[in-house]
Design a protein around this ligand. Structure first.
Ligand SMILES: NC(=O)c1ccc[n+]([C@@H]2O[C@H](COP(=O)([O-])OP(=O)(O)OC[C@H]3O[C@@H](n4cnc5c(N)ncnc54)[C@H](O)[C@@H]3O)[C@@H](O)[C@H]2O)c1
Length: 252
């Protein structure tokens, strides 16, 4: 799909992987909507991309619909990328007792239900667009994690939420095939985002050295590069791509 002249909505676009995606898609000629909870940085990022910031909690149907409509108001909506996510760590049975149920439910709600919420609402608007080559109308990209496959100690909620994203990839693609909408999932390894950059340099170096090759943390721009490649290549559909330098996470 040609990016120029179309719009994209990016949840979690105020930071990290989502921000790099917004910047890359804007540089390729797309109009972007950054849908995030972080007002201050979100507005600044959107202004820098020539786009629009919409304050949006991905778990809320009306707020996600407002973000989708804001994108459609800029240009025909063809791309939705889910990058909003949280990753609190807790063991199933910790020193303070069993894992808090509300924390588990919150992680599932934001990471999994939030991704589905954007996918279903973006699909409804994409399905109304005139078809492009091969009848294509749009592309939805979700963000899982290698934790979906190699969840570590303390990642039970996070890994479950990301495994849910992996599991819904094929049925979403099958459901939306008749509308010409593709669905793909990226499962990143360890990427250098604000969360990681807050760690001491020696911890960052140690994490990077766990990656077989290249022996470093992934760069948000490399995630964004894959987003653009997925959008461009119409044969990519219903699949999960690990973007991880061949890392396989150990129990801890
Ligand atoms: N950084 C990594 O190493 C890594 C690895 C694997 C997967 N991921 C996944 O990639 C995605 C992006 O991660 P990141 O590292 O860029 O993190 P980040 O913290 O830099 O960005 C996440 C963004 O999501 C937003 N957000 C959180 N809850 C939200 C909600 N309810 N509604 C709307 N926005 C919300 C935050 O405000 C933030 O701007 C996440 O889903 C994360 O799980 C990251």
């Amino acid at each position: 799909m040609q990016l120029h002249g179309h719009s994209a909505v990016i949840s979690g676009g105020a930071s990290g992987l989502g921000l790099a995606t917004a910047q890359r898609l804007a540089a390729a000629g797309m109009r972007v909507v950054i849908a995030d909870l972080q007002d201050d940085v979100g507005h600044a990022a959107a202004a820098q991309c020539g786009g629009v910031f919409v304050r949006c909690d991905v778990t809320q149907a009306d707020q996600v619909e407002a973000a989708v409509q804001a994108a459609q108001a800029l240009a025909p909506l063809r791309v939705a990328v889910s990058c909003a996510g949280i990753a609190p760590a807790a063991r199933t049975l910790g020193k303070q007792g069993p894992h808090a149920l509300d924390v588990f439910q919150r992680v599932i709600d934001i990471n999994l239900v939030g991704s589905f919420n954007l996918a279903r609402l973006a699909a409804a608007t994409m399905a109304q667009q005139p078809p492009l080559e091969d009848g294509e109308r749009g592309v939805i990209i979700n963000t899982a994690s290698v934790a979906a496959f190699d969840g570590q100690i303390g990642q039970v909620a996070y890994a479950a939420s990301k495994a849910g994203i992996v599991g819904m990839t094929l049925p979403l693609a099958r459901d939306l095939a008749r509308d010409g909408i593709r669905v793909m999932t990226i499962a990143p390894g360890i990427f250098e985002t604000p969360m990681l950059r807050g760690m001491p340099p020696e911890v960052q170096t140690a994490l990077g050295q766990m990656v077989p090759f290249p022996q470093r943390l992934g760069r948000p721009a490399e995630y964004a590069e894959l987003v653009e490649a997925i959008i461009s290549n119409r044969m990519l559909n219903g699949e999960v791509i690990r973007l991880d330098g061949a890392i396989r996470m150990q129990p801890k």
